[in-house]
Design a protein around this ligand. Structure first.
Ligand code: PMP
Length: 425
């Protein structure tokens, strides 16, 4: 299958929504707020780390601060009511977006990492013990890997890792060996932020459920880039971050099945999450507020809802088609170089990112050359150190794409990689 000729939407028109894309970079003026540097157009290919924000999201956040800034759930004055309605409705918007039953199943956190920790602490510390197991994959992000590893150490539960095959996919026979009656939780990344692999989450959820275990999907790279429906996937928990989907930093989501969240103890204690407090004891607020102690990230929650409106305006099927097209194009172009190693599955079977190495050149040096050409990629281990150990690489460069990227920008990446090849030859 060849690369599709065209994106399903008008990318040039959409780029006008993102003021930062007019930035020039380079030269010595790179201090934030001091205006553009030299004259190199920015080619932003670090979307797996965080995406840029459209005016619609920036305006929604500014409107909150300009027009109705107040704390939520606390006042009966008008501004507080307006803020509360907007913040609560943001939960409804997220619920609808991922096919959850309602706001009870949507807890706002700081990010994916905090959502993982919430479940690990509130559920894991209570429910796990010696003789139990938690099953992960070798391609988990540190946010899942380190968290369950530490909970394993504290509870005595065994932490197992499903192996990754040479082609970057999961060894499903090994998955069947790992998931057994001792398993209480399977925690799996939906789209790998390093390999681009799209994991068979529904199949793994079925395997988990056959053994009465839960499935936690890390949706940090999938929810922003494709339609995700928690019912269709059959997951018990799902986590993702607003900042990777046109939303602001400081807002993440934990989806949990209502009965499960209901049975869990709170993770953080304090104001807003209680119903009644005496000197001796306390009772908890309804879901999801039981898990949102203290003043939440109000502006960020409202910004996330605006980001969802924006993405749904494009259509998540279209976002996915655009990502698929760019991934395939980048994969094809980078495979033109025989001294470039790309990690993970082929171009037409991956999410919208490509991690690679140029023979004999450290990823940091490569990305520094790319930066000279205005091309922003991520270099490092992408919070998957053990996976990089398995790949036999201490780091890699990663180009990751979003709705505003173009094939011309990938050409710019490829040209800059070629310059680096010649420089280090
Ligand atoms: N999981 C995956 C797959 C990710 O790509 C990331 C972000 N790189 C995270 C988890 C963590 O996200 P955050 O830093 O927003 O908590």
């Amino acid at each position: 299958m060849g690369v599709q000729e065209q994106s399903p939407f008008d990318v040039d028109a959409l780029r006008d929504d993102f003021p930062i894309l007019e930035r020039k970079v380079g030269g010595d003026v790179t201090v934030p707020g001091e205006g553009p540097g030299d004259e190199t157009p920015l080619v932003y290919l670090d979307n797996g780390a965080t995406t840029q924000k459209p005016n619609q999201v920036i305006d929604a956040i500014a409107d909150y601060y300009r027009e109705y800034n107040a704390n939520v759930h606390r006042g009966i004055h008008q501004l507080s009511q307006e803020a509360s309605v907007a913040y609560e409705e943001a939960h409804d918007r997220v619920a609808e977006f991922i096919g959850a039953e309602g706001r009870e199943e949507i807890v706002f956190t700081k990010n994916t990492t905090e959502a993982m920790n919430l479940v690990a602490y509130a559920w894991g510390l209570e429910e796990l013990g010696p003789g139990d197991s938690v099953v992960l994959t070798q391609m988990e992000h540190h946010s899942a890997l380190v968290t369950w590893q530490q909970i394993g150490k504290r509870t005595g539960a065994d932490v197992r890792f499903i192996e990754v095959e040479e082609d970057g996919t999961l060894d499903m026979d090994h998955a069947a060996d790992c998931i057994d009656d001792s398993t209480k939780m399977v925690s799996v990344v939906h789209v790998s932020n390093t390999l681009g692999t799209i994991n068979p989450v529904s199949e793994l959820a079925e395997m988990a459920h056959e053994h009465d275990a839960y499935l936690f999907a890390d949706g940090a790279q999938s929810v922003p880039t494709r339609p995700v429906d928690v019912g269709e996937l059959g997951v018990d928990f799902l986590a993702f971050s607003g900042h990777k989907m046109c939303g602001p930093t400081g807002i993440g989501v934990l989806y949990g099945r209502e009965s499960l969240l209901d049975s869990m103890q709170p993770y953080l204690y304090g104001g807003d999450m209680i119903r009644r407090v005496s000197f001796e004891d306390a009772t908890w607020e309804d879901l999801p507020w039981k898990f949102e102690a203290g003043t939440p990230n109000i502006a960020q929650g409202i910004g996330l809802a605006a980001a969802i409106d924006y993405l749904e305006g494009i259509g998540m099927e279209n976002v996915q088609a655009h990502e698929d097209r760019l991934a395939e194009y980048a994969y094809d172009r980078l495979t033109e170089f025989d001294d470039v190693t790309i990690y993970g599955p082929p171009g037409d079977e991956r999410g919208g990112l490509v991690a690679f190495n140029l023979d004999g050149v450290h990823a940091h040096d490569l990305s520094s050359i790319l930066n000279d050409f205005g091309v922003a990629v991520r270099a490092g281990d992408h919070c998957t150190q053990p996976l990089h150990d398995e790949l036999g690489a201490n780091s890699s460069a990663r180009a990751s794409f979003y709705v505003y990227n173009t094939t011309e920008e990938i050409d710019a990446l490829v040209e800059a990689v070629d310059e680096a090849r010649q420089l280090f030859a």
